[in-house]
Design a protein around this ligand. Structure first.
Ligand SMILES: [Zn+2]
Length: 549
């Protein structure tokens, strides 16, 4: 493998307290090393900015929902398609690009690791197949557990506690699927909605027929994930997404899990005051205040970007709501026993009160938060906007003049109801951008080899021109190095690597099969012995991250 010396760049490696110092980074056999020999290839990075490769903690890039979204928007596929070359496959473009195009485009942006945030475990084969076909990046996926009827049975038996049996079942599920972490989407609420079109009024509402409540699901599964010592804590999409007044549910959810590690997804969509059915208001500052006294909780923002999006969620109830708001085409899907799913192509308009408020709330979360390690960058791709809009989002954070110009184009009644007009002059530094786009997500994911450039780190390195226009700077890195090899040079892909599948593993008592098998027999159309993904071709090349490792 190649040895490389990246010389003279301005290095931003916040995990190692390096803030813009000029130093060399040496790379050999896919890792950052202290020194390389004189024969090593040199990359002259003088006048350039060097960061670890980007890490996306929450996006939707593989599995049945993503595939269905492609089918729902055939008109989009010709938007920036990719042509076949000697090195690369062809691919379709748009908001939900084909698998190969997704990998290439993340790589072209300097991202080297991406987490698919919502995989139905029953669809693990499909998810793994698509992730294998998503080149250049390392990837992990989180498995949906918040509305799983078999887990509901175990939670009811344990009276809402994280019993040893529940811990074993969760560890079994991770092993059966190759998943990396545990995701709760509208815990209890999707099943409730499927049964009765009902909404959650309180975390103590009972899911009919199961004798469990959202609070018990949060406590039992969140507690079990915590006790298993998984590298990434429970990843929560709280109940009542998008509904005015939902901030009370979000705060109650945070209190329910407090004292345990937890990550809250796309917090912007959960920050609303007002009354259900009425107009939302921002209550983002209250959430930030809660976060500031609870370092065990982190979040990503789920920024809305004006323009087209595709809402795509296991929270089928939200999709029904968006359809009623005039979303047009709608797809709803039930994954037996495990989850729902809804997809609505959508467009966020600057002149629309609600959309402008959502945009403003996302920026409040970024700009009013005190600790960038706690609030990370995401657009919940493609829900708030495409990952391709990250450079523009970075400019909104780094460039006050640009932000104010964009504010001026948005619905003023909404903008006046945010803190953005109160002389909010914060501009993110390069180091803060490095925190929210790589160092913090990697740390939160428990990926010790990623998100930093210390000796022993994976040699995933992105080198940017130091440009005044930071949107252009982050849209077109000068070089991207993935696993120690030069992947991108001045906007051109140089090679097509597979990238690793990142899975996690926790020990469990195999006797748990005796408990699960009859429950599977009662509920699933798939036989228990056929459920785990055993085909190594789907699960390689892999890196296993051990719980408590
Ligand atoms: Zn999401």
């Amino acid at each position: 493998m190649t040895a490389l010396r990246i010389t003279g760049g301005q290095v931003h490696d916040p995990a190692n307290d390096v803030d813009g110092e000029v130093r060399d980074i040496c790379v050999e056999d896919g890792k950052v090393v202290a020194e390389v020999g004189p024969e090593a290839r040199r990359i002259d990075a003088r006048g350039m900015v060097v960061m670890p490769g980007g890490v996306d903690i929450h996006a939707h890039i593989a599995g049945p929902a993503v595939n269905a979204a492609r089918k729902l928007s055939p008109d989009e596929r010709r938007d920036q398609p990719l042509d076949r070359t000697d090195v690369l496959r062809s691919g379709t473009g748009g908001l939900v690009p084909s698998t190969f195009a997704t990998g290439y485009r993340y790589s072209l942006l300097g991202y080297t690791t991406v987490v698919e945030a919502a995989a139905p475990p029953l669809a693990a084969r499909h998810v793994l197949g698509e992730l294998r076909d998503t080149p250049m990046i390392d990837k992990a996926f989180l498995i949906l557990m918040g509305n799983n009827q078999v887990l509901f049975e175990l939670i009811r038996e344990s009276k809402g506690q994280a019993s040893p049996q529940l811990r074993d079942a969760i560890a079994w599920w991770l092993q059966a699927t190759g998943g990396y972490g545990v995701k709760l989407v509208n815990p209890g609420g999707v099943e409730l909605w499927k049964q009765s079109n009902g909404q959650i009024d309180s975390l103590d509402d009972e899911v009919a027929g199961f004798g469990v409540t959202p609070r018990q699901v949060l406590e039992a599964i969140g507690g079990a994930a915590h006790e298993l010592g998984l590298p990434h804590p429970v990843h929560i999409h709280a109940n009542n997404l998008g509904i005015p007044g939902n901030v009370d549910t979000t705060l109650e959810t945070m209190r329910t899990v407090s004292g345990r590690q937890a990550h809250f997804a796309h917090l912007q969509f959960h920050s609303y005051g007002g009354k259900p059915g009425g107009q939302p208001r921002s209550r983002a500052p209250e959430l930030l205040e809660y976060l500031s006294s609870h370092p065990e909780i982190t979040a990503d923002v789920g920024q809305v970007m004006f323009g087209p999006a595709v809402t795509m969620t296991a929270d089928a109830q939200v999709s029904a709501l968006l359809r009623d708001l005039g979303g047009g085409k709608w797809l709803n899907h039930d994954t037996e026993v495990e989850t729902g799913c809804g997809i609505v192509p959508y467009s966020y308009k600057a002149g629309n009160y609600v959309h402008a408020l959502q945009w403003g709330i996302g920026l409040e979360l970024f700009l009013l938060g005190k600790d960038p390690w706690q609030v990370m960058l995401s657009t919940d791709h493609p829900n708030g906007g495409s990952f391709l809009s990250y450079p523009k989002l970075i400019r909104l954070l780094m460039d006050r003049g640009f932000r104010e110009d964009q504010m001026g184009r948005a619905n003023q009644r909404a903008i006046r109801r945010t803190a953005l007009t109160d002389g909010l002059d914060r501009e993110y530094t390069l180091n803060e951008i490095a925190i929210i786009t790589r160092a913090a997500p990697a740390r939160r994911l428990g990926l010790r080899d990623k998100g930093h450039l210390g000796v022993g780190a994976d040699a995933d390195v992105t080198i940017y021109h130091d440009r005044a226009d930071c949107e252009e700077m982050f849209a077109t890195p000068r070089y991207v190095i993935k696993g120690g090899e030069l992947a991108v040079e001045e906007g051109d892909l140089r090679r097509a690597d597979d990238g690793l599948l990142l899975s996690s593993r926790a020990a469990f008592d195999p006797e748990v099969s005796r408990v699960l098998e009859p429950l599977f027999g009662e509920r699933y159309t798939v036989a228990f012995e056929h459920y785990p993904v055993s085909d190594p071709a789907l699960r390689e090349p892999a890196r296993i991250v051990e719980a408590n490792g």
